[in-house]
Ligand binder design. Structure first.
Ligand code: C2O
Ligand code: CU
Length: 510
């Protein structure tokens, strides 16, 4: 990238198409604007706070050669708006958590300590690991207790994340601040070394959460769509950039909001990675849309001395005039990048990054193995039941799941255990930036996605993995189901019983 002359590319026709749709939605919003006006922080954020880089978590290698992390969930206080403190939760600190980092092939152990006054869990979003280690709603860690999952990291280099998964309370725990990134490295992926990879210098985690802060500055963990963004926990942050290109690992860690990221001058950037790893090749874009839970790694070039703002623009959520009720008409200033007068070379985005998923050929029309209908905060007409295993998957199979959103609002679909390949959305191949490994996919109202995924190991008839909508309120209300991976011919067993978690699932139904 560094050797490419900077330029403003003409927009591709499909981008114009999307902008057109946004304009129409925007016009509609103006017409009914007396209901509530969209949130718009563009131009009003002052960027006075240097961006906090989440520290890399310490680890040690034990006598069995395993990489051991300590992660403590604790309560604290954090500055939200300038001069305003709020109570908050964090891992190993007051708010959010450190970045865990491990290499493919390593056996990791995370000693999770719960110093909160209530039970929580820690789920490794995007990680391929045994269901018992997954940190879903069945792996509750009671107050004062410790839980020590261990697994072998065996998947491509990627930007994953971790967060609680308490049934009925995930939104609250995440909004209080229990979230962090988990970076997987793969020394055998040469592209990783060519991309900017100096953590905190030209390789930057960008964890975006919206909060309802206006007025009190207090984190209100029950909110769905907030009026204020915190980026790595900071309000209005800037980043001093010292290199001619910077890699941003964008993580949408919000409850419900979809971000449509781009830059204040509409410059192009290269999307190099999606949820589960690097893309086959960089994809040049001026926007990238991320629903809750999704990640994108982007590389953006900078000129000496310039400032440019990472923004979230109006988003086409497929609901036309109703998009505005789902935040589609909102705009936010996210992060200001301030380039130094002299920039060092950060390396370039290589043409080839990683191999494509290739589980299924494009144009494949095989009948789906399973179908999931998302409607009314239910999946296939049912709400989550901790004691019911909904799907039984046989190991060593590649399945196609068809997911239909038959609702009037957007949902998104997240599957534990695997990374999947989006085969098509409404019959069309996915946009190139979503053609790599994914674990979460946005489904606009009325749309249908086909996902291909391979179940290769970790059979366990008793401990289920989750599949769910990653709009956290929907998940909490029961838009979630459970599947087990079993040996050929094996039947589903019984999920572990845990009285309070079952009770908890019903009391948060609001
Ligand atoms: Cu990010 Cu089931 O979760
Ligand atoms: Cu949903």
């Amino acid at each position: 990238m560094a050797n490419k002359p900077p330029r403003r590319r003409r927009k591709l026709p499909w981008i114009l198409g999307i902008s057109g749709a946004v304009l129409i939605a925007g016009g509609g919003a103006a017409a009914v604007g007396w209901v509530t006006s969209p949130v718009d922080t563009v131009g009003s954020v002052r960027f006075e706070q240097p961006l906090t880089i989440p520290p890399l978590a310490d680890s040690k290698i034990d006598q069995n050669g395993r990489r051991v992390f300590e992660l403590t969930a604790q309560a604290g206080t954090t500055e939200t708006l300038p001069g305003q403190e709020s109570s908050s939760w964090g891992f190993n600190g007051d708010h959010l958590g450190p970045t865990l980092r491990a290499e493919r092939g390593e056996q990791v152990v995370v000693n999770v300590h719960n110093e909160l006054d209530e039970a929580t869990t820690v789920h490794w979003h995007g990680m391929h690991l045994p269901a018992e280690m997954d940190g879903g709603p069945h792996q509750m860690v009671d107050a004062g207790q410790q839980w020590s999952p261990t697994w072998k990291v065996d998947q491509p280099a990627a930007s994953l994340w971790y967060h609680p998964h308490v049934h009925g309370e995930t939104r609250e725990h995440v909004n209080r601040g229990l979230a962090g990134m988990f970076i997987i490295d793969d020394p055998d992926e040469p592209a990783q070394q060519e991309l900017p990879h100096d953590y905190g210098i030209d390789d930057i985690p960008v964890i975006v959460q919206d909060h309802s802060l206006r007025g009190s500055g207090e984190l209100r963990p029950g909110s769905n769509f907030g009026d204020t963004l915190l980026v790595n926990g900071d309000y209005g942050p800037f980043l001093d950039v010292t290199t001619d290109a910077v890699r941003l690992r964008l993580l949408n860690a919000s409850s419900a909001r979809v971000y449509n990221f781009g830059f204040s001058d509409d410059r192009d950037f290269a999307v190099v990675g999606s949820d589960g790893g690097l893309l086959p090749a960089p994809v040049e874009r001026d926007r990238v849309t991320l629903s809750p839970g999704e990640r994108a790694e982007i590389v953006v070039e900078l000129q000496p001395g310039e400032d440019v703002v990472l923004r979230s623009f109006e988003a086409d959520l497929g609901g036309g005039l109703t998009d505005r009720f789902s935040g589609g008409a909102d705009r936010f200033d996210v992060l200001e990048l301030r380039a130094a007068a002299d920039l060092e070379s950060a390396g370039s985005a290589p043409r080839a990054l990683a191999s494509a998923p290739g589980l299924v050929r494009s144009g494949d029309t095989t009948e789906p193995d399973r179908t999931f209908e998302l409607q009314g905060n239910k999946i296939n007409g049912e709400r989550m039941d901790m004691n019911r295993i909904d799907e039984v998957v046989e190991v060593d199979t590649t399945e196609i799941w068809e997911v239909r959103n038959t609702d009037g609002e957007f949902h998104n679909f997240h599957v534990h255990d695997v990374q999947f390949q989006v085969v098509d959305i409404d019959g069309e191949p996915p946009a190139a930036e979503f053609a790599g490994w994914k674990d979460t996919v946005l489904l606009k109202p009325g749309s249908k996605a086909r996902l291909a995924m391979r179940f290769s190991d970790y059979t366990d008839p008793d401990h289920p993995y989750m599949l769910h909508c990653h709009r956290l309120r929907h998940e909490d209300q029961g838009m979630m189901a459970q599947f087990v991976v079993v040996k050929p011919g094996q039947a589903a067993g019984t999920p572990p019983s845990h009285g309070n978690a079952d009770a908890r699932s019903s009391h948060n139904d609001h």
